[in-house]
Unconditional design. Structure first.
Length: 339
């Protein structure tokens, strides 16, 4: 791997034409952050398109690094490459990509300037979180320890609050611990967007173990009130068609509704085009009441309940009380336990 050091004297000597080429190449990399723009109908289509897009990003990154290894953006390019390889490892279930991602970070760490070491440490923790399986709180505790070390090593780093807030998502099944982490994150957060996210998370926790007040007009034009499902266990699924995890959650909840007696589901879509939801529901055989106002994250339903990630799957017990805030797996077992 070529040197990652930034030689400012060399950069200053580069001709304006070459600097223009470097800027154009970097802008191409940034443009690819938008991701694939086509519409998809299945998790398989999304996975295929994502892998193809990752190949385009990898080509652009490796091309940039081969031609501009001494450019100030090279460090960021290597971090992006490590992230890309880790994501692809997850999609392909391929350890080779993961191992290469770790080698990229090892090389960065060995050559990076002291003021850049925090970026490598942050990347290691972020990528390790991607490897966690739902319910793996043991590994989550290890990541939390690493986050505490990061906080101790870099107490002034603006990302500490965001890191703690992200780790709090690992403790959805331990709401007291999750709330404690969020409160700690809020104390050290200066970023307005992160603070808004934390406030959303705390808002949802405050709803737990209380009767859920949820009403809307479905896309079919029918009034829906969660109270009408008293006597049944009810999944409330916040989702979007463009989200692969959402599609998997929909399938899991469908199976639970089918196999567990006295179980129902309600879907709240954060898609931008309500008129397309009916066709999607027909394709996916979704016969639940569905809400969609096209306002995406600004939907009153999303804002009222502090929804900031998809999918979010709630479970309401037969008495109408919200018992679970984010079921990520074993939906059938969750429904049986709530009966």
């Amino acid at each position: 791997m070529k040197s990652l050091l930034i030689f400012l004297c060399v950069i200053a000597a580069i001709s304006p034409e070459l600097r223009a080429d470097t800027t154009a190449d970097w802008q191409q990399i940034l443009a690819l952050d938008a991701g694939p723009k086509a519409a998809f109908n299945s998790p398989e289509q999304i996975k295929t398109a994502t892998l193809q897009h990752l190949e385009r990003q990898e080509k652009a990154l490796r091309g940039f690094l081969s031609q501009h290894s001494d450019d100030p953006h090279a460090f960021s390019a290597y971090l992006r490459l490590a992230h890309l390889l880790a994501v692809r490892s997850e999609l392909r279930a391929n350890e080779n990509d993961w191992n290469e991602a770790m080698k990229v970070l090892d090389e960065l760490e060995s050559r990076a300037a002291a003021d850049s070491l925090s970026d490598v440490a942050f990347a290691r923790i972020s990528l390790a979180m991607r490897r966690l399986k739902p319910g793996d709180t043991g590994s989550g505790d290890l990541i939390l320890e690493r986050a505490r070390k990061f906080q101790a090593d870099y107490p002034q780093d603006r990302r500490v609050g965001r890191l703690l807030a992200e780790i709090a998502t690992l403790y959805d099944e331990q709401p007291a611990k999750k709330e404690s982490l969020l409160q700690q994150a809020r104390l050290v957060t200066t970023d307005a967007e992160t603070r808004k996210r934390i406030d959303d998370d705390l808002k949802r926790i405050a709803l737990l173990d209380k009767p859920l007040d949820l009403q809307f007009i479905s896309v079919a034009g029918n009034p829906v009130d969660v109270k009408q499902y008293r006597g049944k266990v009810v999944f409330v699924v916040f989702f979007a068609q463009w989200s692969v995890p959402s599609l998997k959650a929909l399938e899991g909840v469908q199976a639970a509704v089918k196999h567990v007696p006295q179980t129902a589901a309600i879907g709240i879509s954060l898609d931008p085009e309500p008129e397309k939801l009916a066709a999607f529901a027909k394709t996916r055989a979704l016969d639940w009441p569905l809400a969609c106002d096209g306002k995406v994250w600004n939907s009153p339903l999303a804002r009222t309940f502090g929804i900031n990630s998809l999918p979010t799957v709630w479970l309401v017990d037969s008495s109408g009380t919200l018992k679970r805030l984010n079921i990520r797996h074993d939906w059938e077992e969750a429904a049986r336990q709530a009966r």
